[in-house]
Design a binder for this molecule. Sequence first.
Ligand code: ADP
Ligand code: MG
Length: 334
Amino acid sequence: MNAETLFSIRNLHFSYEQKEALRIEMLELKANQVTLLVGPNGSGKTTLLKLINGLLKPGSGQIDFRGEAINGKGYRSMRSHSVLVHQDPFLFSGSVFQNVAYGLKIRKEAAPVIRRKVSEKLTLLGLSGFENRKAHKLSGGEKQRVAIARALVLEPEVLLLDEPAANVDNKSLKLIEALILKLQNRGATVIVSAHNRSFAYRLGSELLTLKRGRIVPGMVNIFKGFVKKQDEVFTYFASGKNLLHCPAQKGDFNTAVLPLNDVILSEREINSSAQNNFRGKVTHITREGNLYRVELACPLIVQAHITEYSINNLQVEIGKKFYLAFKASAVKLY
Ligand code: ADP
Ligand code: MG
């Protein structure tokens, strides 16, 4: 899969007055997928979204949209194809309908078309019948959903959502999650920030982790799939051709998460208490501080953190096959 690069960032640096908020050497955000920006509060997620939406100007470095700089030729195309929904969206006083219809009125769409489009998007967000409600009287979750409907009604190619899961009730959270999964199935491009991990895991197959303004490598494997069966001891999660043993639990899970540190590599098959045993070929080895990140195709792509000692001891190299094991209890389902 060679997805189109939508945003490409080079040597980006941004400070609020004296304080550095973001420093990214290189980053490419792809089209037709959901990208999750995760990281604790203050790590730079909002700053990054505002930079790629042109609301903030980089101190230095370059941001391109479809190969054109957004501080130049690319600006118009970026603004007409993408919409950012802020964490605390501003709704003007008046009805939900007026808020959602606003952009279409500016575009001078015909009234029946506006009514149809607004009603469609409100339904998508579980807000049908809300047309005449006062926007200011809505709950936080309802406001967030109105703001998303207001963005979607413009049918942008790229939807940027800043913390749509923060400060919303559970019903809104589930509706927003279902909406993003629906957009994902349709091949839309959505870039979402979240500090809520379980929300992020369920939505993203790839997470971009920010820490103090920098992109850092993720520390977990994220496997997409579904629960295949369950017995008293295990829940069996199917991901591609592999079946993972996970602790028995009930739920509608779509993601299994396995920390890199919990994966053991061995040359020979081992008979251990680990319930997950695969065999795979090494495809990548990258140094990360004192450790190495080793990637194996089992055929599920599994990454493990291995010490230098083990790399030498096991003579880990690209193309070589290893057995790989991890406990059922190391896998968490979301
Ligand atoms: P996140 O969205 O991940 O919580 P932000 O992008 O909002 O992070 O913030 C990144 C850093 O920039 C934080 O240290 C934050 O305190 C700082 N910051 C954010 N907005 C401003 C601002 N308007 N003025 C000064 N500092 C800010
Ligand atoms: Mg933020």
